[in-house]
Structure formats: C-alpha cells, structure tokens
Design a protein around this ligand. Sequence first.
Ligand SMILES: *Cc1c(COP(=O)(O)O)cnc(C)c1O
Length: 483
Amino acid sequence: MRYKSTRGDTVVSASQAIFAGIAPDGGLFVPQEFPQVNPEDFYGLTYPETAKKVLSLYLTDYDPEFLLRAAQEVYGENFGGKAGYVRKVRGNTYALELWHGPTCAFKDYALQLMPRLLVKAKENLGVTGTTKILTATSGDTGKAALAGYAGLEGIRIAVFYPEAGTSEVQRLQMATQRGDNVQVYAVQGNFDDAQTAVKRAFADRDLARQLAEKNETLSSANSINWGRLAPQIVYYFYAYSQLAASGAVRSGERVSFCVPTGNFGDILAGYYAMRMGLPIKKLICASNENNVLTDFIRTGVYDARRAFYRTSSPSMDILVSSNLERLLYHVSGDSALTAQWMRELSEKGVYQVPADVLAKIQAVFGCGCADDAETREEIRMSWQEDGYLCDTHTAVAMRTARSAAADNELCVVLSTADAYKFPRAVLQAIAGSAPEDEFEAMRLLHEKTGAPIPQSLACLREQPVRFQDVIQKEDVRAAALSL
Ligand SMILES: *Cc1c(COP(=O)(O)O)cnc(C)c1O
C-alpha cells in the first residue's frame, strides 16, 4: 500500500508517511486504495488479532508478526482486558467504550500503538538519531502521548499545555508522568499560544539545522499522522464482530455509528472501515456548540468565521477540523480542488463544496449537535433512566443519536472518555451541584453512582509532581533544543 498527499502527487510508503507526518506540500497522507475485506473473517478474533488483520492491509512494509506482537503488548492488560468493549445502553443504542486504556480517553488506542509504529518506521527507513516529539495539547492528547512515548528508545517528547487551560486532573496526569525521555511545560497564554509556539518551532530552519548537527529531528504526535488514524479503524470491526456474536445484528445487517467529533479523526476511521466493506448505514457526526461540522454536512459550506465557545467537552472545542481534508479528497478524488479548499479556508476562513461532493458526503454522514445544557440533560437522563454513566463528550453523541438515528436502526455511540476525567461537569449534571475541588467531585460522584474510579486517576493526588515549569511561548525553541 502506498500513500498519496491530499494536495499533490507525492507518493510514499507507510513507514515514510508515519515518519514524516505531513506531506511536503502541506497535504495529509491517504492510502491509495481501500483494501476490501469480508467482515465475517473478523468474527471470533481477539482485539489484537483484529488489529493485526486490519493494520497489515495498510502498513504493508511492516511485518504482520510485529504488528500482532505490538497490538498484544498495548491492547491487553493496559486496557483492563476491555479493548473495544461494547455494551447495550437502551433499546437499539449501544456504547463502544474506548476509555479503558491507561489515560482514560480513546486517544490511547492510537497513542499507545503509534510510538511503536514510529520506532519501527525509523528502523525500516534506516533513520538513526533521536526523534524529538513536540506536542501542544489542550488536555487529553498530552497525557496520552506522554504515556505512549515514555521509555522508548531513540525518542524524546515534550508536551506544552496552556497554563490555566486544563482541568486539575488533566494537569496532574501530565505533571506526574514518569520516564527519562519526557518533559512537560505549562506555557503562559491559551491553547492557541502554545500551539502557535510549537508550530513556529517546526517551521524554524535554524533550529532544524542545530538539531541536525546532533543527529536529531523534530516530529509531532498530532492527529493528522496516518499512524494515529489507522489504529482507530480496528475498533469499528471489533464492535461489529461483537454485535454479530451476541445476535444483536444479523451478519451483513447495516448499523450506524454516532461519534463525538472534534478533529474528525475518530469518525473518519469509521469511513475507512465502511469503504473496506464493513456494513455501516450512517456515520453520525456529533458536535458540541462549536458546530461547524454540523453546518458543513447540512449545507456544504465550511465556515470557521464564527464565535469560539469553551464548552464542557473541551476536546471537541475545535473550529478547524484537520482530518476533514482526507474525506474531501476521497469523495472528490481531486487533489487540486482539495488544495484549493484548504487554501480558501486558511485565507478566508470559509469554503464551499459543489453539490455532487455534498451529496456523496450526505449519503454516508448524518450530523447533529448538543449544547452544554443538552449535554447535562443527557448525562442525567442516561444515568437515571438507563444506569449509563457518560462523560461530557460521550453525552454529546448520546444526545445526537437520540435525534439523528432512526428509531428502528441499531446505533453504536462511541464512548470516548471516562466520566471521572470530567468529574465536576458530570456530578453537576447528576446531582445539580459540584464542589470546586475535582478530587472531592470524584469522591462524591463515586458515592452517588457506585461507578469505580479508575486507579490511574484516583492515585494522581499522591503521585509526586515532576514538572512545574511555566515558560513563555518564546522559550519553546530552547526547550526543543535542550530536550
Ligand atoms: C479527542 C477527543 C474527541 C474528538 O475526537 P476527534 O478524533 O478529534 O474527532 C472526542 N472525545 C474525547 C474524549 C476526546 O479526547
């Protein structure tokens, strides 16, 4: 399998796509074909076996046995034996619980595996020297990346988060990270400041030259890397196998998936699964108040010129969904057009796709959105009526599924974070009020619901804080050099 840029003619191997992250023309790497499979061939496979079967079709320059071993190592005990766990919530609604991993959010699926794919890519390409990963994070990505890259040979990682921009739980998750090859910094300013500073470091030729003298290169862990997307295709197949095994669907019957969406990575993985032959009826894109994608799927106009809301589902507070570019390329089949839309987006903040492209998108994608009040209401209803405890992100999708999925169709909601990652918002929704202190909110939420507090979050308060540095955004460059 070869990979092509969404914006031009560059074609590379899987290892090159994973090592480079982004194409030289600014485009994203997409597979040149959709490998075709028979979903029944996946029935009865374990999660790691499913991962090997899916990934070896895409990562054709990786040894399938290596892929199996890596998947066994990261998706076993690490996920409490619950990788890709599906549970019935009510009637025709099921939850695909993706938060049983080490950092309690679905990003673990990609960020536990991708570091191993990167190390192997370097080996495949004969690249020596140290790879320095710089990542700006608003919360979940930072910890998941730290946990994935900690302790790996030939890799160092620095995470930059906005000083006052994360929850206390998120901050402590990062500040207590163990490992000799990790660094964590708070950056004065907001997420945009941190992200801009990191982007500037990547574009800094002088910095690149200084690093090259030490045989070091920079790389990023953000969600546009193919190595982050591919592992997410796996759980769509695994979920379907479980539904078939339990008799919830007849083999070949189509189901819908409703996905809480920010950067469009998780839902796009479902699109790949569908194009490979998984019987998917609709992929329903669920947004919070930052509902630029809902409007796009309804009208074909992507307009980022709008107010930005800070919501109770912060990992979806995004106005520019990077991975949408891949979908635009796949449905239009036209890299010049894709490049033009992306240029219009960066220059004017808006673009519109023609009717035929919109029709192809609407044939596959449904959409809907929920504001914070509706999200709270959904958390309360799901808990009180169905005994299902949702985090804020999952609740946005649960709400959307109620309105956007037809009554008689089976809908799987992707449950993307453990409720205890956002204990104040969840407790507020269920109990009507919540204390300022997040650990106290966790305790009260546990008292109220009996749901177990994940060990990795419960013990955070007792873990030694290793990183307390607050830096200016101008200091990111120096941090990259000294990493
Ligand atoms: C990142 C994230 C999302 C959004 O996923 P995308 O791939 O960016 O669309 C949803 N929920 C949670 C909890 C997340 O961390």
